[in-house]
Write a protein that binds this ligand. Sequence first.
Ligand code: ASP
Length: 328
Amino acid sequence: MQSRRKFIKTAAISSVALSLESFIGEPAKSYAKSIPNKPLVISTWKNGIAANDAAWKILSSGGRALDAVESGVRINEANPEDQSVGYGGRPDRDGVVTLDACIMDENSNIGAVAFLENIKHPISVARAVMEKTPHVILVGKGAFDFAIENGFEYQNLLTEKSKEQWYEWLKKSDYKPKANIENHDTIGMLALDSSGNLSGACTTSGLAYKMHGRVGDSPIIGAGLFVDNEIGAASATGHGEEVIRIAGSHTVVELMRQGRSPLESCEEAVKRIVKSLNKRGKNIADYQVAFIAVNKNGEYGAFAIQKGFNYAIYSNHGNNLSDSKYLI
Ligand code: ASP
């Protein structure tokens, strides 16, 4: 048991660290080193606020980061107004909603589904892949059959609203995913629980009007999500092809391993994407990619190619939306 003196000392140091955090808006590095900022959950885009609420219920009662991220992102998967995730997601160019998701825990257990149709909660199917199969990724019909066998229900995911928008798109059939609007609300969520363990989840219906069969970064461990419980975790949103090209989330975590802060690591990964776009003669203004990251101490950061990306962070100071730093 903790002695009374030690308890008072720890409580006093904690309150200094916490008030410092509220003063400068981000965890103070030197304090965070010895007193981790936990529990904590961070997720992409403003829809992350509602997802964080659900995750926080688990984290604040001492629950596991893995359970928190799964239940957090399920909120977005079920929300038809979130048109980049789960039910109500925008379809591919053939009018089919296809879902990608992955999950990773503190022991490097991983599970993913890709090109999955007619199942509302791909993240829970990904978790079932992780826990009930000898594999790490199931795709398409195989993933669907596995989901049905494991008690998930068939559901038509194409809402009237998404169908109307697709009809409208078909008039020109012009595939140009635009930065920040219309097709970048994938939710990537990272959590640090009160035991100090990290987990992450990422789920999406992918880029709107993609080719049938296209899989993005979101279900690819190392691209859309990566967790190393000794170091930190990262997740991505935006043009998945660019994230995959640099193994984005793994790159962010490796940069943190080399001693960079979460913010610096996200920035460096974004710069590598920009370098690769430049090399291929692409117009950077047409692309958006953003990373979020958290380290073992609960320091966090985010960085995007372009202005307009935001992320939600829930710590002991409440659930807040922050604008990400960006390159251009
Ligand atoms: N990264 C996702 C994909 O490429 C899209 C997104 O972030 O909304 O499928």
